[in-house]
Structures are given as structure tokens and as C-alpha cells.
Design a protein around this ligand. Structure first.
Ligand SMILES: Cc1cc2nc3c(=O)[nH]c(=O)nc-3n(C[C@H](O)[C@H](O)[C@H](O)COP(=O)(O)OP(=O)(O)OC[C@H]3O[C@@H](n4cnc5c(N)ncnc54)[C@H](O)[C@@H]3O)c2cc1C
Length: 387
């Protein structure tokens, strides 16, 4: 068993870290305060071809695996870009996987190259105010009228919708009760036509650089050729991409956790109180050491999950476990980084308060820790389904 990164994976980490060094903590702090999308960072990553890391080479990408994408996302987050940097790109990296796997040749040629080139941004429109984690209960309706669908409904928490040209939309094409709930959903990749979609940004705790929004969809026309795969199979297609998404979120969380404890360790070496560096106290050292161990364990778990996924093995348990462990470890690391800085941990200029605000995102989304625990209890331990 070989736990080392390949030469290519090491080169990916180094190249990405090199780009990220041009966008320092001051850049991310300013973006967070202004609430503006990090377009120059996004374009720098696009220019070197990284947005297509997982897209097949035929469509302009590099055709690499989730393992490589996880290394990339960890490196971005760890640079101090955190969730602001990762969420700006997240949708480009693996979001269009349903198109890669279930799209027609025409759709792939039409939809993938602009995403790889950074010419088009997309958002992922699934969550609804009244269904939450119960995706199968969503109500946004797509009604077939000849060669098009007419979509009406509401979405919530849709990230990057303010800047996106396209949306990957999950909507109901058969009423609840006509067959089972999950089979009534269909997937579309279509224009975010602002004449028919009102995008209203939500005020939120952190990651202000990357918007999250309510969407009010009113008679949006979606051409038939924008439906991905078969009608009624959208839920299945979305499920297909869930494991890689959990792995990438885990990598983003781990990167943020490592960034936090690196800052804390640096501060602990230089902050002198009672005539010695605070880092000489075990009360400061030990929590940071525990955080490093938990983050490294989560990193190994997520790389194991990515390895399983890239080999076509069932990766559900490992992907869910890695998302859970990474988020818990990162949350602890960000909190520890704040208390290591004492009062200055609460000041914007030391950055760890921003990390702490951002770490709640991988903790909550795209699936909560509760539902991961239920998944492991049910699918791994064979306990009865609790919801
Ligand atoms: C910053 C941010 C960005 C996001 N970006 C996107 C995006 O781009 N696209 C998108 O579609 N969505 C996005 N989301 C939505 C995110 O995926 C949801 O918030 C998440 O899935 C949880 O859904 P909910 O908020 O409706 O929680 P709810 O489903 O209302 O759950 C509330 C709480 O109850 C718990 N709970 C519910 N049912 C059970 C049960 N049976 N057993 C135990 N506990 C339970 C949950 O674990 C949770 O803690 C984003 C969210 C955030 C915060």
C-alpha cells in the first residue's frame, strides 16, 4: 500500500499553491468585506486549465480523478483562500459530472468547454425552502409543453447564482404520489434567464465573496435539449455525484483547518506573554497538536475515499465518513486557532475569525453531520432507517 502522492499529484499541489500565493490573506479579507466575487482568482485558475481537472480531455479538460481534484481543492483552501476560494470554483470542478456521465454528445460539446475555459459560470439549484435535506420532497415544477418545459418554483441557498450564466436545476416533472417521489424528478442544465428567475442574495455569516441566494422561478422556458438524461431520473443522476462532492468538501475543510493551525502555530511562536512565547505552554501546544492529528486522519480518510471512487469501487461510506471527520476536525482547528490568538483571534486582521465563520459551511452543507451519522448507522451497521 502506497500512501505517497504521485509525481503528478505533487506537481498539482505545487502549481496550485503557486497560483494561490498571488492571492494572499489581505486579498481574501478584502473580498470578504466587500462581498465581491473573486474574479481575478477564478480567471487565474481558469487560465492554467485547472477548472477542467475532472472533465474528459475530449471536451477541453484534463480527465484526472477526484483524488487529483481533492488535492487541488485542499491546496486552495490551505493557502488561506478557504471556502471563499473553493466555493468560487467548486461547481466547475465536479458540478457538471451529470452532463459528463448522462449527457448526450451534443450536450457535452455544448456545455463542458465553456465551463473549462472559465467563460461560463454555473450554479447548482437543488435545495428548496420547504424540503431541506429531503431532496425527494422538492416542489419546483417543470411542465412539458411540446419541445420545452415551463418551470415554476423556488430555490434557496443557491451559491454563485448572482454571477452564474447557467444552472443545473432539479425539478419535479411528475407530481408527488405519481409513482415514488424520487422518480418524479428531472435534471436540466440551462440558461439562468434573469427575465424569469429573480435572484435575491441572502445575508450570511461568512464567505461573503461568494453569494448564496433565493431563486424565484417564474415561467422559465427550458428547451428539451437542455434536459440531462431521461425524464424522471434526475434524482438518480444527482445521487451519482454526491460521493465526489462530499470528498471535495472534505478536502476543502481539511485545507481550511490546516490553514488555521498554521496561523495559530506562527502566532504562538511570536506572541510573548509572561516573558515567554505562549506556544511554550502545553495548554496552547496540545490542542494544536490534537487538531493536526485529527486533520491528518481526515485527510487520509478522504484520500482513501477518493481512491475508492476513482477505481469505481463503492465509496459511499468512506466519502460520507471523510466529509464528517474533516468538517469536525476543521471546526475544532478553527476554534482552536481563534483561542490561540486570544482577543486578537476576534480581530479581522488575524484572519482566523474569517476561517471560523467559513468552516461552518462544510459542517452544515451539502449534508449535515446528523444525516451522515444516520447513513453510517443504516448502511454500514445495518440499523433500521431513522428518517
Ligand atoms: C453557505 C451555503 C451554501 C449552500 N449552497 C448550496 C447550493 O449551491 N445549492 C444547493 O442546492 N444548496 C446549497 N446549500 C444548501 C445546503 O445543502 C442545505 O442547507 C443543507 O442541505 C441542509 O438543508 P436545510 O438547511 O434545509 O436543513 P433542514 O433539512 O431543514 O435540516 C435542519 C436540521 O435538522 C436536521 N435534520 C433534519 N432531518 C433530520 C433527521 N431525519 N434526522 C436527524 N436530523 C435531521 C438536519 O441535520 C439539520 O441540522 C447551501 C447551504 C449553505 C449554508
Amino acid at each position: 500500500m502506497d500512501f505517497s502522492l504521485t509525481a503528478e499529484q505533487t506537481a498539482i499541489r505545487e502549481s496550485i499553491s503557486g497560483i494561490c500565493r498571488r492571492f494572499d490573506d489581505a486579498y481574501w479579507l478584502a473580498k470578504d468585506q466587500e462581498g465581491t466575487f473573486p474574479e481575478d482568482f477564478y480567471q487565474a485558475i481558469a487560465r492554467d486549465g485547472w477548472l477542467g481537472i475532472c472533465i474528459p480531455q475530449n471536451y477541453g479538460g484534463s480527465g484526472l480523478g477526484v483524488s487529483e481534484a481533492a488535492i487541488m481543492m485542499q491546496a486552495i483552501s490551505e493557502s488561506g483562500a478557504g471556502m471563499s476560494g473553493c466555493s468560487a470554483l467548486h461547481m466547475n470542478i465536479f458540478g457538471l459530472n451529470p452532463v459528463v456521465v448522462f449527457g448526450t454528445e451534443d450536450q457535452k460539446r455544448r456545455m463542458l468547454p465553456p465551463i473549462v475555459a472559465g467563460e461560463e459560470k454555473a450554479c447548482f439549484a437543488v435545495t428548496e425552502p420547504d424540503s431541506g435535506l429531503n431532496t425527494a420532497g422538492l416542489k419546483t415544477r417543470a411542465e412539458r409543453r411540446g419541445d420545452r418545459y415551463i418551470v415554476n418554483g423556488q430555490k434557496v441557498w443557491i451559491s454563485t447564482a448572482k454571477v452564474a450564466h447557467k444552472m443545473l436545476l432539479l425539478a419535479r416533472t411528475a407530481s408527488v404520489g405519481e409513482g415514488d417521489q424520487k422518480s418524479g424528478l428531472s435534471l436540466f442544465y440551462t440558461d439562468l434567464d434573469r427575465k424569469h428567475v429573480v435572484v435575491r442574495e441572502l445575508e450570511k455569516m461568512g464567505r461573503k465573496a461568494v453569494d448564496s441566494n433565493e431563486l424565484f422561478i417564474d415561467n422559465l422556458e427550458v428547451p428539451l435539449e437542455d434536459r440531462i438524461g431521461e425524464e424522471g431520473k434526475g434524482f438518480e443522476y444527482i445521487l451519482h455525484g454526491m460521493n465526489p462532492e462530499r470528498i471535495l468538501i472534505a478536502a476543502e475543510a481539511v485545507g481550511l483547518g490546516f490553514a488555521a493551525i498554521a496561523r495559530a502555530a506562527n502566532y504562538a511562536k511570536t506572541r510573548i506573554v509572561f516573558d515567554r512565547p505562549i506556544g511554550q505552554n502545553q495548554a496552547i501546544q496540545h490542542p494544536l497538536a490534537k487538531c493536526w492529528m485529527a486533520l491528518e486522519a481526515a485527510r487520509l480518510m478522504l484520500m482513501s475515499a477518493a481512491w475508492q471512487y476513482d477505481r469505481g469501487l463503492p465509496a459511499g461510506a468512506a466519502a460520507n465518513a471523510s466529509k464528517y471527520l474533516a468538517a469536525e476536525a476543521a471546526l475544532e482547528a478553527c476554534q482552536t486557532a481563534v483561542i490561540t490568538h486570544g482577543g486578537f483571534g476576534y480581530a479581522r486582521e488575524f484572519h482566523v475569525e474569517r476561517y471560523l465563520r467559513e468552516v461552518f459551511i462544510p459542517w452544515i452543507a451539502p449534508v449535515s453531520p446528523h444525516l451522515i451519522l444516520s447513513y453510517i448507522a443504516e448502511r454500514v451497521l445495518g440499523l433500521p432507517k431513522s428518517y
